[in-house]
Design a protein around this ligand. Structure first.
Ligand code: PHE
Length: 346
């Protein structure tokens, strides 16, 4: 083998040595090059056949190569064992706690609305939606609320246009309850009708701990032959147990709404004290959650449904109030603020 053969061998060794990153790599390299079967040993095998001068020169060159390789080998071994243990400084530490992605979540009003929809869904009520922009006809008159009725007075209702001296029959407004949806459903379907209508409603109330100018209701409507007040009581009692717990009692108090007759306001036994009386129920043991009644025959007539043949019940619940009760929220304004209750815990 020529001088350059040895140089080539040296280059080959240097490459292999540079690639050896662990003690095990070094050991393998050692066997391959320096060991008894190694490449250097094999170099010396042909020496005996050479003329003395050449033999001397070749032997010297091989020896030098052997010394250089051994020295490089040992240096590499020392460098490897001196290298810091553990991951390289730029390695990713997989044992560090991860960063939790901040996912958004459904607003508590909307998850309550979904729960209400599910409860009434199981009782056979289909979920439909009505327009938020209404007219005086649907919001009031078709519901048997004369426009001079206190509820129709402007201080309660956001009107979207100015009175025009009677040129247009009806003014546009933001619905002040979900009840106008009753009329839309009755106009577009034939009984049996069994729907719930969740959604936003608007009133000119200033915001305080229990009022917001925009809040939520869920309307219920059931119209068929032979629907009675007993059906209304049954449905709402069952729904209240599903919503607030199996021990919940439901109480009906006579009340008045122009679009239902008879009408009632419904209380549930206080969730906090179970009915014995506490600050949340102002000592009464009951909390009011909705208004309801049998659909007024005049409302059925407005919808061209024959009141001699059909009867129905309707109810309207305040969703925000129910969410407050279920979640223990004491101020309705928290729902529209960056309150920690909703940012952190939800
Ligand atoms: N719309 C009534 C309110 O907002 C509630 C209600 C709905 C009452 C249906 C009776 C029947 O106060």
């Amino acid at each position: 083998m020529s001088e350059s053969g040895l140089e080539q061998l040296r280059a080959e060794f240097d490459g292999a040595l540079a690639a050896a990153g662990t003690a095990a790599d070094l050991e393998r390299l050692s066997a391959l090059w320096i060991g008894r079967e190694g490449k250097l040993r094999r170099l010396t095998e042909g020496l005996g056949a050479l003329p003395p001068e050449e033999k001397k020169a070749r032997g010297k060159a091989i020896n030098e190569l052997k010394l250089a390789i051994t020295a490089a080998f040992e240096a590499r071994g020392r460098a490897l064992s001196a290298a810091p243990r553990g991951p390289a400084p730029d390695a990713i530490d997989v044992t560090l706690p991860g960063e939790r992605p901040r996912l958004g979540r459904r607003h508590p009003i909307y998850s309550t609305m979904e729960e209400l929809r599910d409860v009434f869904g199981r009782l056979g009520f289909e979920c439909v939606y009505g327009p938020e922009i209404e007219t005086t006809y649907y919001n009031f008159e078709a519901l048997n609320i004369p426009l001079d009725h206190p509820a129709a007075e402007p201080f309660d209702t956001w009107y979207l246009d100015e009175p025009d001296g009677g040129k247009r029959p009806h003014r546009a407004l933001l619905r002040s309850h979900t009840s106008p949806a009753q009329m839309h459903v009755m106009e577009s379907r034939v009984p049996p009708i069994r729907v719930v209508v969740p959604g936003k409603v608007f009133r000119t109330d200033p915001a305080d701990a229990s009022h917001l100018p925009v809040f939520h209701q869920i309307e219920g409507l059931y119209v068929d032959e032979g629907v009675t007040f007993a059906d209304l009581k049954g449905v709402l009692s069952i729904a209240n147990k599903a919503l607030f717990g199996a021990k919940t009692e439901t109480r009906f108090r006579p009340s008045y709404f122009p679009f239902t007759e008879p009408s009632a306001e419904v209380d549930v036994s206080c969730l906090l004290c179970g009915g014995t009386g506490c600050p949340a129920c102002k000592g009464s043991g009951w909390i009011e959650i909705l208004g309801c009644g049998m659909v007024h025959p005049r409302v059925l007539e407005f919808a061209k449904i024959d009141p001699a043949r059909y009867s129905g019940f309707a109810f309207g619940m305040g969703v925000d109030r129910i969410a407050m009760l279920k979640l223990g929220v004491t101020d309705i304004r928290h729902f529209v603020r960056s309150h920690p209750l909703f940012l952190g815990q939800w």
